[in-house]
Design a protein around this ligand. Structure first.
Ligand code: TXA
Ligand code: MG
Length: 321
């Protein structure tokens, strides 16, 4: 059931978490499906509800960086610098894990993914629950990430103990994931904070780490998949006139649109990447429900948030079957 994030509902949600139930809640990036990160049985419910394979580890959310020592150790200076600059915010760090976090959270890895979200509802839930909350995005495994409470309900129905609603997510793409297990640190997933910004803060990072380092993750190709086939094109002009009437066109900037498509979905009013990222998943949900035969998405330069947007679009395009 969708419940507005009132003080009373937040208290109830925190009680559910403390009692080993799951709660879907908003963050600045996407909605998460949370459970007590210190309770293996509660965390198992997340995998069951999402139908997520147990080899895909979860992100642990904290209300404050001062709690980091409870869940992780060996925090290198570069990680400290990023924490000071970007927490709370859409940045997840991979660090060596502590025993408080059960193996199911990290899929048996000796490391843990951790972040402090920049969203008052998420932070208040974490404070009231008074423990770390493990939460993946609140979608079914392999499906489009949710940026509204309605998206969560469409995919997960009544299975979460509660769906806290605080409106659409501000950032709209998931957190940037940086692993500090090796030197230089490695980018595991582009996301809400541009890699250029991270490089400016700590210098060199490995932008294309080897597969064994990426082990995980959201890196499976069936991620962010709409049911409708999605194709990437360099420009709308590539799409033959005869195919347009049954197809939708997804563009970041309305100037990239061309006539003849059944539906055109501009992600921003003027090519603004922040606005485009915030609208991306909602647009994919809408297009998927619009019964077009195919979605054509026009590529954008992979700079700033363009890298995260293109990453999600490429996965959606690859995700057939
Ligand atoms: O913005 C976000 O990060 C959202 C909100 C809810 O916080 N969460 C999110 O979670 O995107 P999820 O589960 O959809 O993606 C988490 C990613 C996965 O690709 C997972 O494999 C990776 O983090 N991950 C988690 N623990 C890891 C670890 N120990 N080593 C490497 N990757 C890890
Ligand atoms: Mg996800």
């Amino acid at each position: 059931m969708i419940s507005p994030a009132t003080a009373a509902n937040l208290r109830r949600a925190a009680e559910l978490i403390r009692g080993g139930e799951t709660v879907a809640f908003p963050t600045e990036t996407v909605y998460g499906l949370g459970a007590d990160a210190t309770n293996a049985v509660a965390v198992a419910r997340i995998f069951e509800i999402k139908q997520r394979p147990s080899f895909d580890p979860l992100i642990v959310h904290l209300d404050d960086a001062t709690r980091l020592h409870q869940v992780a150790c060996d925090v290198p200076p570069g990680a400290r610098k990023l924490i000071e600059q970007f927490w709370p915010g859409p940045l997840t760090l991979i660090l060596k894990k502590k025993d408080l976090i059960p193996d199911i959270v990290t899929a048996d890895l000796p490391s843990v993914a951790v972040r402090v979200p920049d969203h008052e509802t998420a932070l208040e839930l974490l404070r009231l629950a008074d423990r770390p909350i493990a939460a993946p995005s609140a979608n079914r495994f392999g499906c489009i990430s949710p940026t509204t409470a309605e998206h969560v309900q469409e995919q997960l129905g009544e299975r979460p103990g509660m769906i806290l609603d605080a409106g659409p997510c501000r950032v709209g793409v998931e957190s940037t994931i940086i692993s500090f297990l090796a030197d230089p640190p490695a980018l595991l997933r582009p996301g809400g904070i541009a890699v250029e910004t991270i490089i400016a803060a700590i210098g060199r990072i490995d932008l294309a780490p080897k597969v064994e380092q990426r082990i995980a993750p959201g890196l499976s190709s069936r991620h962010y998949a709409p049911r409708t086939e999605l194709r990437l094109v360099l420009s709308a002009g590539e799409v033959p006139a005869g195919e347009r009437s049954g197809a939708a066109l997804l563009v970041v900037d309305p100037k990239q649109a061309e006539p003849g498509f059944r539906h055109v979905e501009p992600l921003s009013s003027d090519g603004n990447l922040v606005e485009a990222a915030a609208n991306l998943f909602a647009a994919l949900h809408r297009l998927d429900a619009s019964n077009v035969r195919r979605i054509y998405a026009v590529r954008i330069p992979e700079e700033g948030l363009g890298l995260a947007i293109m990453d999600r679009l490429r996965r959606a395009a690859r995700a057939e079957g």
